[in-house]
Design a protein around this ligand. Structure first.
Ligand code: CUA
Length: 155
């Protein structure tokens, strides 16, 4: 079989690109310790509503003055739908799902968590600016996906 010289070059470029991307993935995995954010805590997704602290989603104040916020995602809402924290609050979010994969994105922060049934994802943010922070679902989860949101009020 005769393969044209240009075809060989394009084939070579394609293979080289794949190898390079794979090498970058492996390097990030090893060098930066990139892992899914939810590999630490697991939960039975069928028993979320009876498993503390997710049986009472909401805010918990720690002894050091920071906060833990427990959220449950299910089609098509976040619980709690609204929370209020004082300006400067350091909030660590713990989020899980009872049904399908959701995405927990807190606008204007770098909290953007993949929320999978069976796992507890977490991320932390210090709310130094007051405002009404919108939480949206950024993983398509069904026909009500666009109405899956909540608010955090920072005063
Ligand atoms: Cu939940 Cu999209």
């Amino acid at each position: 079989m005769h393969v044209h010289r240009l075809e060989k070059i394009f084939l070579g470029l394609g293979i080289a690109t794949l190898v390079a991307f794979f090498a970058i993935l492996v390097a990030l995995q090893i060098g930066e310790g990139f892992t899914p954010p939810s590999h630490i805590q697991t939960i039975d997704p069928t028993k979320v509503s009876s498993t503390p602290p997710f049986d009472h989603p909401g805010l918990v104040r720690r002894a050091d003055g920071s906060y833990e916020a427990y959220y449950v995602g299910q089609v098509f809402s976040w619980q709690p739908a609204s929370l209020a924290v004082p300006r400067g609050a350091k909030v660590t979010f713990y989020v899980t799902s009872t049904d399908v994969v959701h995405g927990f994105l807190v606008e204007h922060t770098d909290v953007n968590l993949e929320v999978m049934p069976g796992w507890v994802s977490s991320g932390t943010h210090i709310f130094s600016k007051p405002g009404d922070y919108l939480i949206v679902c950024d993983q398509y989860c069904g026909e009500g996906h666009a109405s899956m949101f909540a608010h955090i009020l920072v005063k």
